[in-house]
Design a protein around this ligand. Structure first.
Ligand SMILES: [Mg+2]
Length: 378
């Protein structure tokens, strides 16, 4: 089961609409397909990430540095292979940026993640086991959330309510509403409208994407305290994730954060300093399945739950494998995430609010070569 080759393939696709979150707007869907070939003929292949700015850097690190580093290694040695990547020093030729700049490290952890995730797929296929079984096999289905409630040109409160009703009709377990782009007062009004449309038995949470000061986040939390929100996601600006989120938690709504963390060390600090009830660490950013499972185990010891930022093709297996796993999330509209619909030959089954684990080895998803060829960057 030795690694014969590793290849990262960047894909990019322009979206037809502009999707506005709290601190950004989405105009393209990027992702990276990574293919790992073993010497016994097994091929692991999975897509992951939505990196725009550094996408080609991530692929270059995989193809030019990690591939030669790991060729000849046993794919079963996941911890050893991970450490070989983790301790490799990489020069991105960005001397204009401070040596400790987080962006540089984020590029590296995305590249480690890309390789590590594809190796887990190869390992599962080689052993003829689904990844969630290799990781622990805690549940056979995971509740599914819709990521929605974007601010879009001309979109009214009635439109937002229709969107919520659409998700309910689709049989989705709950919804994440984007806040943080408008005023706090307008977002309180939008959240109230969403809850009215959803009714009481619908998992409603909000995501500010680090848009607010602590004071704004507390103001929002107090204004929606009676709405039974499942969580408030990334309420506080990027520079105040620990003390800031800890203060927001005192209002009484669970705080979910961590999708921007790139290692277990940052997650450790969020946990032990009381900044989070839930961590939504992203396996395509924070150094892959091998690091995510360490973080999940650490979180479990402190009573912190695990969510996941997007990437259902991998997150489904992670959340099904650990006792403190929560929901998998998807964009249930083709316009926002055409890759989710076009890349896999078949998506996992969604029924009665749950996504079911595929019974196939690895991540259980085969990718369409014609889709890869069509959107490949040259
Ligand atoms: Mg988020």
């Amino acid at each position: 089961m030795r690694i014969q080759s590793i290849e990262a393939i960047p894909l990019v696709r322009k979206l037809e609409d502009v999707f506005q979150g709290g601190t950004y707007k989405i105009t393209t869907r990027n992702t990276i397909v990574v293919r790992v070939v073993l010497d016994n003929g097994v091929v692991g292949e999975i897509f992951g990430g939505d990196e725009d700015q550094y996408q080609l850097d991530v692929c270059r690190i995989v193809n030019e540095i990690y591939c030669p580093l790991l060729v000849g290694q046993d794919v079963r040695d996941v911890e050893k292979n991970w450490e070989r990547m983790w301790f490799t020093r990489i020069d991105l030729n960005n001397r204009g940026i401070h040596a400790l700049d987080l962006a540089k490290h984020c590029v590296e952890t995305q590249a480690i993640a890309a390789v590590d995730n594809a190796c887990w797929d190869a390992l599962g296929r080689a052993l003829k086991q689904p990844v969630y079984k290799l990781l622990g096999g805690y549940r056979e289905r995971v509740p599914v959330l819709a990521i929605g409630g974007y601010v879009m040109a001309g979109k009214t409160l009635a439109d937002l309510q229709s969107e919520v009703e659409y998700y309910k009709q689709q049989g989705i377990f709950g919804m994440k509403l984007k806040v943080g782009h408008l005023s706090v007062e307008e977002d309180i009004e939008r959240t109230r409208a969403a809850r009215r449309a959803a009714g009481p038995n619908f998992h409603l949470c909000v995501d500010a994407n680090q848009a607010w000061t602590v004071e704004q986040a507390v103001q929002f939390a107090r204004g929606v305290r009676d709405l039974d929100l499942a969580w408030l996601e990334e309420p506080v600006r990027w520079h105040d994730q620990i003390e800031g989120n800890a203060r927001v938690r005192t209002v009484g709504i669970p705080v979910n954060a961590g999708q921007g963390e790139i290692s277990r060390h940052g997650c450790r600090d969020l946990i032990v300093r009381g900044a989070v009830d839930i961590l939504n660490v992203d396996v395509t950013i924070a150094a892959g399945v091998t690091e995510w499972r360490r973080i999940a185990a650490m979180a479990h010891a402190f009573g912190v739950k695990m969510a996941h930022h997007e990437e259902p093709q991998i997150a489904l297996h992670l959340l099904a494998a650990v006792p403190n796993g929560l929901h998998v999330e998807i964009f249930p509209n083709y316009q926002r995430d055409p890759m989710w619909y076009d890349l896999p030959v078949q998506q996992p089954t969604i029924r009665d609010g749950f996504m079911y684990l595929p019974d196939q080895p690895g991540f259980g998803i085969l990718l369409r070569q014609d889709t890869i060829d069509r959107w490949r960057m040259h």
